[in-house]
Design a protein around this ligand. Structure first.
Ligand code: MTE
Length: 318
């Protein structure tokens, strides 16, 4: 995501990801063995400390029929090229700065227009429905994309547990925010805590994932531990990380990026190659690790959501 005053072109275009990655691999390969072995630590770890936080294995009941068969993006790339503004605005910042983030104990409060409001511990949440592995395409508004084997279940399972009332039309989400644990948050250029929202029918769609892990393990801190949303047909910024509050509401809720820059970031933010970002095209994307850009697909290729938007002008409702 970009704050206009800082830059006029996407980060992905300033330092193409493949170039950045190859530079890292080159440095690691050439120097990691010699200087690193001497120091008892690889250069790669010095320059880009790898997350050392303990990850728990998550057993998955089933692979999901919603999974793509496309090649999964390497773990190292998925976990070292992140947007998590609470831990810095650079792509490598979250991996470096979130290592000591306290994610246990953790609870998520579900409130608002529901018959059974409740605060769940993350352990309780994980047991609400069988965990599935879902391999989703993940398309960032900055025109890069990844393919990730997430672990979680359809968010609708949680909604059913709290019984939304008929007046509930939207779901508002809020991330954890602690200035002491996230000192860089005050320089993020966006208002924190990070907030997001979905229409209730979008939140109920089976593709909408309540996510606890990736690559067979619990989520790394920089990827939104211990629980986040993943909405694969929307630009990545809708997939809010490190969730602490969920509220069912009647009116369309505010969202972080819509508040920060309403001209550039709408409420819906469906992936749409036909509607450009005011400052760059959305027609193509660079899959991390690939040289050539590929065409971006409407709804990121998840055509099964098209009926949610029947009759809507998706240029106006961008
Ligand atoms: N959630 C919080 N709390 N803070 C953030 O800065 N960034 C968003 C989204 N969720 C963000 C967030 C953006 S801009 C993107 S592209 C995705 O997280 C990135 O997810 P990833 O780092 O797992 O690829």
């Amino acid at each position: 995501m970009l704050i206009k005053k800082n830059s006029e072109v996407p980060w992905s275009e300033i330092t193409p990801r493949w170039l950045y990655l190859n530079r890292r691999k080159f440095l690691t390969g050439v120097f990691g063995l010699t200087a690193g072995a001497l120091a008892g630590q690889t250069l790669r770890e010095l320059a880009w400390p790898t997350q050392k936080v303990q990850a728990a294995k998550l057993s998955v009941a089933a692979k999901s029929p919603f999974s793509t068969t496309e090649q999964v993006t390497p773990y190292d790339d998925v976990t070292h090229y992140n947007n998590f503004y609470e831990f810095g605005t650079g792509k490598e910042d979250p991996a470096m700065n979130a290592t000591r983030f306290q994610t246990s104990p953790w609870s998520v409060k579900v409130s608002g227009l529901v018959d059974k409001p409740r605060t769940f511990s993350v352990e309780e949440l994980q047991k609400l429905a069988p965990l599935e592995e879902r391999i989703y395409r993940h398309r960032c508004v900055e025109a890069w994309s990844i393919v990730v084997p997430w672990i979680g279940y359809s968010f609708s399972a949680l909604l059913k547990e709290v019984s939304p009332q008929p007046k509930a039309k939207f779901v508002a989400f809020e991330s954890y925010y602690s200035p002491s644990q996230m000192p860089l948050g005050s320089r993020a250029g966006i208002e924190l805590p990070y907030i997001e929202g979905l229409r209730l029918d979008e939140a109920m769609h089976p593709l909408t994932l309540l996510c606890f892990g990736m690559f067979g393990e619990s989520l790394p801190n920089q990827d939104g531990a211990p629980v986040r949303m993943v909405i694969p047909w929307k630009y990545g910024f809708k997939s809010i990380k490190s969730l602490v509050k969920i509220k069912l509401v009647e009116k369309k809720p505010d969202t972080t990026w819509n508040l920060a820059n309403p001209v550039e970031y709408g409420f819906y933010s469906n992936v749409n190659p036909g509607v450009d970002h005011p400052r760059w095209s959305q027609a193509k994307e660079r899959r991390l690790g690939e040289f050539f850009r590929r065409n971006t697909l409407m709804f990121n290729g998840y055509d099964q959501v098209a009926s949610l938007y029947t009759g809507m002008d998706l240029r106006k409702n961008f």
